[in-house]
Write a protein that binds this ligand. Structure first.
Ligand SMILES: Nc1ncnc2c1ncn2[C@@H]1O[C@H](COP(=O)(O)OP(=O)(O)OP(=O)(O)O)[C@@H](O)[C@H]1O
Length: 527
């Protein structure tokens, strides 16, 4: 095979976003004191693509946006914006060595955003953004909001105000263009009838569209949208999808969006990047990402908890003393778990609202899942008794016996375990901000099922769990112990309220995780 053919083939196997990236985030790290919000993150945004950045709460998505748009100066890393096709790698390296902020090239221009202030990023590099919390000028009319967005070209055309006063032709022309552009985007966003109304009078969904219209009036090459579908009803979400596809297809604008609404993400994204705890855990086309077990476990796996088979989590669970190493897949799975899974599948709701039926199904499935782990050792030794073992769980060992094999490797001391939930069932630990379904599973394997157990942790235990879950420092930062104290007393936190409303991925979405009144056993008792 000649070199040209080799290049061609390798070129074909390289995704479009790596061949022709409009934006490259390279080894980005952002620290806030001791907190590493984003750690050594690299990804590309393809020219003309809609790229989604997703991940659980606190994963670092907004921090990445703030670094790209100049609101934060990254601690480390390079952020390259390109006008014109191709990677223009020689120019990027020359620019980096020169210490300059941007450079015109044969193909267009390249910009190093980490060196540029935010106003240059929007006006020169042509990166526009919207915010998680709408930031319009509420007292100005809808049209005025769009004219203010074009303030810079108008100021230039007016010779910085005197031309405007004198009515110079260049100013009049620029003013007409600004109004025409504003009207164009008001029509596209179905806001033209409200042009003269104060922006604050618009309903929420319309304000979101106005933010996008305002960003588009700056003629961006890259549009960064922070949760554009938040608070929209299904009809508005569908309209948003159409608007974003129109912007991509008709205006050649690349879109980078942070979004929690998976309907929006999976329908319109060409490329999805998943963050968890500030690091990238998945990167690829939407179809690939949505089936990636790591993503299911970290973010999407609420309804598929019983199906998760993450090697790292499984290994940790297998290390729990008493369960022993499960070399083989337990045959109990073929007896107990499938029945449970069948029940779960049957009851799996199309809506996220949990019904009593779902709760029962999840309960059965999860119980089977924990039975699978706890019966692993005995199953491996005595396969023929597997079904019996799974059906009748062995008595819970005393708390002190719940130790993982390499417990001594961790600093501090291991928290006190209970091995299985008390009568009344387990708490939904994912109501504590920072505990996702995968971490909850690992805590459960350790015997931690209840808010009051976490509430009792001292510094040494916090340190130990931080290492066990592989995110030292985070537990303290998120103040798990304080949160758990509130939740243990039946109180609520801002985060737990969002979980209870079904706004955040959780192991039991839309339901409170306090101790249920109904007497149940196992994890299914969560309510
Ligand atoms: N200015 C800041 N100072 C200190 N810590 C910060 C700051 N900004 C963000 N963080 C922390 O960085 C981590 C990542 O936060 P970030 O807002 O980027 O996450 P996110 O993925 O956007 O979350 P969400 O989906 O909830 O908006 C969090 O632990 C957060 O508390």
């Amino acid at each position: 095979m000649d070199a040209a053919t080799t290049m061609k083939n390798s070129d074909q196997s390289t995704p479009g976003w790596d061949r022709d990236p409009v934006l490259s985030v390279e080894h980005l790290t952002m620290r806030f004191g001791g907190l590493v919000a984003v750690g050594d993150l690299s990804f590309n945004v393809g020219r003309g693509d809609i790229t989604a950045l997703i991940g659980p709460n606190g994963a670092g998505k907004t921090t990445v946006f703030n670094c790209v748009t100049g609101f934060y100066k990254p601690t480390e890393g390079r952020i390259v914006m390109r006008h014109g096709p191709g990677r223009q790698q020689d120019d990027v390296e020359t620019l980096t060595d020169s210490g300059q902020r941007w450079k015109t090239t044969g193909n267009g221009a390249v910009y190093l955003l980490e060196r540029m202030p935010d106003h240059e990023i929007s006006h020169k590099a042509k990166v526009a953004r919207t915010f998680q919390n709408i930031r319009l000028f509420g007292g100005m009319t809808v049209l005025e909001n769009l004219l203010v967005a074009q303030h810079n070209p108008l100021m230039v055309a007016s010779g910085f105000s005197i031309g405007g006063i004198l009515g110079l032709p260049s100013y009049k022309k620029a003013q007409k263009e600004a109004v025409d552009r504003a009207v164009y985007w008001l029509e596209r966003t179905h806001l033209i009838d409200r042009a003269d109304d104060p922006a604050a009078d618009l309903p929420y969904g319309a304000q979101r569209r106005l933010e996008i219209a305002r960003a588009m009036c700056t003629k961006p090459q890259l549009l960064c949208l922070d949760e554009p579908a938040a608070g929209l009803n299904p009809r508005e979400s569908a309209e948003l999808n159409e608007l974003l596809k129109y912007i991509r297809d008709e205006h050649d604008v690349s879109v980078l969006l942070i979004e929690h609404d998976m309907g929006v993400v999976m329908e319109i994204s060409d490329h999805v990047i998943v963050l968890d705890y500030g690091v990238k855990i998945s990167d690829g086309p939407a179809d690939f990402v949505k089936n990636d077990p790591k993503v299911i476990a970290a973010y999407l796996g609420v309804d598929d908890e019983a199906e998760i088979d993450m090697p790292e989590v499984r290994e940790d669970i297998e290390k729990v003393a008493g369960d022993g190493p499960a070399k083989k897949k337990p045959t109990a799975k073929s007896k107990a778990a499938p029945a449970a899974k069948k029940t779960a599948a049957k009851a799996k709701p199309s809506s996220k609202a949990s019904t009593a039926k779902t709760s029962t199904a999840r309960s059965t499935a999860t119980k089977a899942s924990s039975a699978k782990a706890s019966s692993a050792a005995s199953t491996a030794a005595k396969p023929k008794t597997a079904a019996r073992t799974a059906a009748k769980p062995k008595p819970a060992p005393a708390a002190s016996e719940v130790k993982i094999a390499n417990a001594g490797d961790y600093p501090g001391s291991q928290p006190h375990g209970t091995k299985k939930p008390r009568a009344g069932g387990a708490n939904n630990l994912t109501r504590v901000k920072g505990i996702g379904p995968a971490s909850e599973k690992k805590l459960n394997a350790l015997g931690v099922w209840h808010f009051d157990q976490i509430a009792a942790w001292k510094k040494a235990e916090v340190q130990w769990v931080g290492s066990y879950l592989a995110f030292p420092g985070r537990i303290e930062r998120e103040e798990w112990v304080k949160q758990a104290r509130v939740l243990a007393k039946g109180g609520e936190t801002e985060f737990s309220k969002r979980v209870d409303k079904g706004e955040v991925a959780s192991s039991v979405p839309g339901k409170r995780g306090a101790q249920p009144k109904k007497k149940t056993t196992g994890k299914g008792g969560k309510a």
